[in-house]
Design a protein around this ligand. Structure first.
Ligand code: NAP
Length: 266
């Protein structure tokens, strides 16, 4: 029996256990996916303990994604992003990866969104914004980051190859010639609000929202009304899980099964 899990605090409402366990059933794997909620000061002990107990793989979520970097051997992408959301214990020392970035990119590609040389606007410069900005730049997009705290956007843009940093108020101007807009803020989660005014959206845009609760955010409704291609946040969540599972098991993930397990709970 292989044990996988999620390290976070809190993790009570996580959709990862049903999503991963649906995949194990479909693949005929004897495995379980459990949640762990260590105290914030106990991260290192938790990772060492998981290694000692033979845990095969861990996802990492709030508030541990940044701190986990110091307790694993991060790959190049995770090191550049400065955060780990997936730990693999199959080698000697645990290795750290960032499948939020690769998951976001795969979610876009699965919706036929062209990324090479695309003009991309990422709104948000927190954890999700960082992962998506690096992922898009690696995929060949030209990235403009805009954030409520402008200095944070500028700082991130200095780290991401070819990126520029902007105030949130610049988003309508940036969108005029843009191919892609990604919301990586939490706006739209608590209230029926959007970080971008509806009249800045247009039919030549693809719009992805990282927010997945609710699934249909105000931004996505506005984007659809403008004739844009839309990609909801569950796709990013799905493909970060797909990438983690494929890394841990070496198997091709049953994407449709995982998607169904996820969406039936949203
Ligand atoms: P975070 O690190 O706390 O960053 C929050 C971001 O939202 C910051 O850029 C912040 O701007 C901005 N923000 C918050 N309130 C705002 C407001 N009222 N107006 C404008 N900007 C505001 O959070 P995170 O981890 O990046 O997560 C962001 C969102 O992405 C959450 O909804 C999360 O659920 C979602 N997410 C989804 C996935 C997925 O797989 N679909 C993965 C990761 C995260 P300041 O810098 O100015 O504070």
């Amino acid at each position: 029996m292989d044990v996988y899990g999620l390290l976070g605090n809190p993790v009570g409402h996580s959709l990862s256990p049903p999503m991963h366990e649906a995949a194990y059933d479909a693949l005929g794997l004897e495995a379980r996916y459990v949640t762990f909620e260590p105290d914030p000061g106990d991260l290192e002990r938790a990772i060492d303990g998981a290694a000692a107990l033979g845990v095969a793989g861990l996802n990492v979520t709030i508030p541990f994604k940044r701190d986990a970097l110091a307790h694993v051997e991060p790959d190049d992408l995770a090191r550049r992003i400065g955060a780990v959301n997936t730990i693999d214990f199959s080698g000697g020392a645990p290795t750290g990866h960032n499948t939020d970035a690769t998951g976001a990119i795969r979610a876009l590609r699965e919706h036929d969104v062209a990324l090479e040389e695309a003009a991309a606007v990422v709104v948000g410069a927190g954890g999700a914004g960082r992962a998506i900005a690096f992922g898009l730049a690696d995929a060949g997009a030209e990235v403009a980051v805009a954030n409520r705290t402008t200095a944070r956007a500028r700082d991130l843009a200095e780290e991401v190859p070819g990126a520029t940093g902007h105030a949130l108020e610049s988003v309508p101007d940036l969108l005029v010639d843009a191919d892609l807009l990604v919301n990586a803020t939490s706006v739209g989660m608590e209230a029926d609000a959007s970080p971008v005014s509806a009249d800045a959206l247009h039919a030549d845009l693809a719009v992805m929202d990282a927010v997945y609760r609710p699934l249909e955010t105000r931004l996505l409704r506005d984007a659809e009304a403008a004739g844009a291609t839309t990609v909801d946040g569950a796709w990013m969540l799905l493909f970060q899980g797909v990438a983690a599972l494929e890394r841990w098991t070496g198997r091709t993930a049953p994407t449709a099964t995982m998607n169904e397990a996820l969406r039936s709970r949203l």
